[in-house]
Design a protein around this ligand. Sequence first.
Ligand code: CA
Length: 245
Amino acid sequence: MSHRILIVEDELSISELIAINLTHAGYEVHQAFQTEEATLLMKDSPPDMMILDWMLPGKSGVQYAKELRANERTVGIPILMLTAKSEEADKVQGLDSGADDYMTKPFSTKELVARVNALLRRHSRLPTNEDLMTLGALRLDPVTHRVTAEWPQSPRREIIVGPTEFRLLQFLMGAPERVHSRAQLLDQVWGNEVFIEERTVDVHIRRLRVALAVAKCDVYIETVRGVGYRATRNPSTPLSDLDPA
Ligand code: CA
C-alpha cells in the first residue's frame, strides 16, 4: 500500500508540481488549498505525511502545525514545511512550530521527493524492541508509540510528543547515561541525511523538553556542555525537589 501524502499549498502551480512528482514517485497524493480544507480531508483518516506551506490564506502553516502537534490524533504526522522565506530565524521558527523538515522555495522537485522518502522512512520503521522502555518516571512504548509519566502517588499521564521527538527520546532512553554528540544524534535519529544541520538537534531537544516538562520529566534530558545530550536516571536537579505533576 502506498503512503498517503497531503499537500496543503494555496498556489495551484506549486501544488500541482509537487503532486505530479510525488504521484510519479508512487505516492497517493491529496491536495488542500487551505487549512480548513486539509482538516476536512483528514476527518476520516490522517495522512502518512503532510507537506505544509507556511503562507496560506486564513490560518498560517505555522499556526496549523502547532495545532496538529497539540492534537493526539494528528501529533504523529510528519510535516515538511515549505516557505518562500529564507532567513535563518524563520527556519528555526518553522521547526519550532512542529515541522520535521523544512524547504525554502524555489526548491528542486528531485530534492523534495528525496526528502519525502527520507522523512517517511524515518517514521515508518517498525519497532525493533517491543519492550517498554523506562527511565525514572518516564515510560516509552515503541509499539503503541506512547510516552507516559508515572510518578508515585500520581495518576499516569500521557505526554504528547511529535514523531521526531519520539525517535529522539527513544534513542536517548535506549542508552541512558551515555552522552551523544549532535552529529551522533543526527546520524542515529535522522539517518545520516545530508540536508539536516546540527542545530536542528537543539530545536528538537527543546521541543522534547517542553513536552516532557508538562509531566516534570524534562529533567531526565541533560545538556552536557561542549559535548551534547544524554538521558539520565539521576538528574542533577534532585527528584525530591520536584512536585510531581
Ligand atoms: Ca502560499
